[in-house]
Ligand binder design. Structure first.
Ligand code: SF4
Length: 343
């Protein structure tokens, strides 16, 4: 089986800003601005960053709910390369998919949204919410369909009794379980989890995270877990990518990121996490200013107006995401200085 599951090359998503008397494109919101990333089969990749950094737009672009402005996205299904020939990558570029190919892709890639109250139709019974995909993709009908819906409900900790109820009859955690069951209904290989626990109480968050971990093992799933909450992503992810203003600035194993983050932005994010031990003190870094506007991102390194290490090069030249240690990618000109100051 091919190790890579999803490969993004220089993916961009720009939204035009119209203006003027004869309406024309005046500028662009650069929501995603050149993301290159590989997600391995069976892993959970955490994608973290502040609100508005482009995480959700990236997930919608992968799902083809938004059309990418530029770049390629290769989705390699579980049977990719089984023909025994060398991989013809072109045929896996999902940005070129249309019609039946796109419909089939949507069976393989599913999403769970942040707020189950908004993502579940309040007028539909649970059996219809979960069963909808069975009809769209002609997966099952009649008794077989009901049996499979019950099986899905059981796999997320619910049961037969819940079939004929409406979403408002459930708690927030139960609603998210229904949303997860719906995502599993097409037998997907890859699930995007977009802040799936952010709208839930802390005690319920842990239950949902454990459920997601169990389901990943049971169904051999690959996850892209999007959140702004570093502790949540530490619990569930194998690797973490940190995003800032439309770009990935650091990517490494979860353990490495928490022990030895090398991008100043990641270090600042980590420094904001409270330490439970009063004996231990962590150097708190308070970033100045807000995230700049993605219509006119700063020249050079996008983080330089907020970075305490910024120098002239940072203000002029945009750093590339490059491998500074095995498997540890950072987009920063001054990694040596970061090491000197922190490790
Ligand atoms: Fe800071 Fe310069 Fe590194 Fe950007 S490139 S994060 S401004 S040190």
């Amino acid at each position: 089986m091919v190790k890579s599951h999803l490969i993004l090359n220089n993916v961009k998503k720009y939204y035009p800003i119209m203006g003027g008397v004869i309406r024309h494109v005046k500028n662009y919101v650069r929501a995603v601005d050149g993301v290159t990333l590989e997600i391995k089969r069976g892993e959970c990749l955490g994608l973290v960053g502040e609100s508005g950094c482009g995480k959700t737009t990236l997930s919608k672009t992968i799902l083809r709910l938004e059309n990418a402005t530029d770049g390629t996205i290769f989705y390699l299904p579980d049977n990719a390369g089984n023909e025994g020939k060398s991989l013809e990558m072109e045929k896996y570029d999902i940005l070129k998919y249309r019609g039946a190919k796109l419909k089939n892709l949507r069976k393989k890639i599913q999403i769970v949204f942040q707020d189950p109250s908004a993502s579940l139709n309040p007028r539909m019974l649970v059996k219809n919410i979960i069963g909808e995909a069975f009809d769209i993709h002609r997966i099952a009908s009649g008794k077989e369909k009901i049996d499979r819906i019950i099986e899905l409900l059981r796999s997320v900790g619910l049961g037969k009794d819940h079939l004929m109820r409406y979403p408002h009859e459930f708690s927030g955690g139960q609603r998210q379980r229904i949303a997860i069951a719906r995502a599993l209904s097409t037998n997907p290989e890859f699930i995007i989890l977009d802040e799936p626990t952010s709208a839930l109480d802390v005690s319920v968050q842990a239950q949902i995270l454990n459920l997601l971990k169990d389901l990943q093992q049971k169904y051999n799933l690959t996850y892209l877990f999007i959140t702004h909450h570093l502790l949540v992503v530490e619990y569930i992810s194998d690797r973490i990518a940190v995003m800032y203003l439309g770009k990935i600035v650091e990517l490494t194993k979860t353990e490495t990121l928490f022990k030895r983050a090398l991008h100043p932005y990641t270090i600042a994010l980590l420094s904001a996490i409270p330490v439970p031990d009063p004996e231990k003190k962590r150097r708190r870094i308070v970033l100045k200013g807000d995230v700049p506007n993605s219509v006119n991102p700063p020249k050079g390194c996008r983080f330089h107006p907020r970075c305490w290490l910024a120098d002239d090069v940072c203000r002029e030249v945009e750093p590339e995401l490059s491998e500074v240690e095995p498997g540890h990618y950072v987009a920063c000109h001054r990694v040596d200085e970061v090491m000197k100051q922190f490790y």
